[in-house]
Design a protein around this ligand. Sequence first.
Ligand code: GLU
Length: 313
Amino acid sequence: MSATLPDLESTVSEIADEMRARSDRGAVAHYIPELARVDAKHFGIAVIAADGTVACGGDSDMPFSIQSVSKVFTLTLALGRYGDRLWRRVGREPSGSPFNSIVQLEREQGIPRNPFINAGAIAVTDMILSGHQPREALGEILSFMRFLADDTDVIIDEAVAASEQRTGFRNAALANYMKSFGVLDNPVELTLGVYFHQCAIAMSCKQLAMAGRFLAQSGCHPKTGLQVIQPERARRINAVMLTCGHYDGSGEFAYRVGLPGKSGVGGGILAIAPGKASIAVWSPGLDAAGNSHLGRVALEALSKRMNWSIFGA
Ligand code: GLU
């Protein structure tokens, strides 16, 4: 007999209260100046259950920079356009290296380990850009986010994009290095321009959890009933999120939370409880691997209390 699960809405608000009271918050990302200005005290959480229940706590309506969480959506778009040919350009193995590492690229002839480390995401963005002007590629990404979130208010924060464009030397190095191996088709500065802008998309936890619903529901967009992607592809994207979504902290996240998840250096995490819920958390302070510290703690508590780990009770 299974134990009765707690009520979702009260669990989420309890977790938000617990997180507000904690003082261990990690450090905000400093290498993108605009992100360094964000107050580490924020905490937000939004959960959209499969039956449509919306449970929110803390700063769940406050937009933040989704950064690398955007890579889940660009991967979805690029798979839609290229299908499995995408995997010729980028692998799908955990990297065990920091998000912006360059050494692995040298050993592996410019082919990034997976689509969620920076090099892999830049390669995926380059594929979306091919055949388009940067403005059109960005328009496609933004329209996709707005459609998935059912919200036309999703925007790109130009100040964050400009801030990263001015200081993104490491990403420029990664992109130039891949270009030397022929892994990028477009001019490096154009690909990077699109990449920095996609990372600068600003969304609230509520909008992000809404946008993630299709991954919790076998590829289906619940409002329109449209199949965004086939169930098999949703399952596979979730698999890559589980194994690669937190850089060299992916093992720890799977161990503690037990859900597919993708983090961003803005402090957001999108986590998927397949068949059950789409979850977004935001706390800007990061751990040593560049993942939201309290975001992970909150997801660990949620997954445990709701019995949502994909590995069982
Ligand atoms: N825009 C960030 C970068 O390229 C994304 C990294 C992240 O969110 O993990 O460095």
